[in-house]
Design a protein around this ligand. Sequence first.
Ligand SMILES: O=C(O)C1=C[C@@H](OP(=O)(O)O)[C@@H](O)[C@H](O)C1
Ligand SMILES: C=C(OP(=O)(O)O)C(=O)O
Length: 425
Amino acid sequence: MKLHKADHVRGEITVPGDKSISHRSVMFGSIAKGTTEIHNFLESADCLSTIGCFRRMGIDIENKNGVVTVQGKGMHGLAAPAETLDCGNSGTTTRLISGILAPQNFDVTLTGDESIQKRPMKRIIEPLSMMGADIKSVRGNDCAPLRICGKPLAGIHYTSKVASAQVKSSILLAGLYADGLTSITEPQVSRNHTELMLKFFGAELESKGTTVTIWPATELFGNRIDVPGDISSSVYFVAAGLILPNSEVLIKNVGINPTRAGLIKVCEAMGADLPLLNEDHENAEPTADLLVRTSSLRGCVIEGDIIPTLIDELPTIAMMACFAEGTTVIRDAAELKVKESNRIAIMVENLRAMGADVEETEDGMIIHGGKPLHGAVIDSHKDHRIAMTFAVAALAADGETEIIDADCVDISYPAFYEELEKLTK
Ligand SMILES: O=C(O)C1=C[C@@H](OP(=O)(O)O)[C@@H](O)[C@H](O)C1
Ligand SMILES: C=C(OP(=O)(O)O)C(=O)O
């Protein structure tokens, strides 16, 4: 993929459905009783991996004209899959499904692509084992493939070292099936889509500060889900609108759940012109339209509790910071190292290739803004968020930028390049 400088981005865009919510609607719909109809489901490779896994366990899932219909079979209705379940590139699929599979009365092996086989799974193996699960890393390296032999589970209280919605969700899902209460305390609050949707499906949960408690359930009930636009897919248009001259983009119907919307706070702190319009709700999830206009940005410090609320947006924010006056410091973000790629190292390598003044730190980056960027060859390392971030950087850089393995955007946003190009016309 080759990209060149653009004069502006202008127009209106509706980003695809939220990836986290799309995954959860299929998973929870599968173990609920009755039909779950999902509108604005994200048809990307990651969410299709989740559909594939549940189809292999006997769930009838239809995907027609943007509406996914899941015929749930109840909490004990999954069937043993004939083959290994393939979670593709998706950490969310691998970790959440493990919490559902650990208490079933059958055995299963889970795996995924090269990247998924390197991502840490000890973070779910440890708490699920404490609940009585029989879950093992097949190669003994705490990564997938995972072998899970279904067992009855008991509730625990778990204190997690990482703020991770995937870890929290895995434990809560196992807790639905456990004997007694299950609770988890995180160092900071991570995205709460699981809590909101499980309640919507009839489960009993309580959130107090950084602790969530779940009661065992006998049945969940399918429902209609309207998936809001993904704020993590909107960040590319937010960044393009802010850093390119003469730009104005209206991004419609974006999920702004406070546990996800740190991007908006950081943009404000950087001096962005980014009003929220038409605030509304889809199910229990707050939404708004984002109006983005060219802005003079200034550097800021991004650290602490806000980090989990913008973890997937940090690569793009780091790129944006190259166009701000002054220094931006990102810390407490070591989790970036264990995503689809090491997003700290890869961002620093690629931003430097474009002429940026960036330093890598233990748990983040220091970006000295204001140096103009030039085109370069960018290795995405098959990480969708890296590819999309540099497609935007390319529009603001002199000369030509080439992105290697650019088609990895299919993981979360298959139509990304076409949509971005339309806004440059
Ligand atoms: O629960 C989820 O849907 C997600 C949680 C986050 O991961 P962690 O739980 O590992 O922080 C995020 O990075 C990922 O894109 C999606
Ligand atoms: C980290 C991500 O997803 P996952 O963990 O589900 O692979 C992402 O989409 O940026």
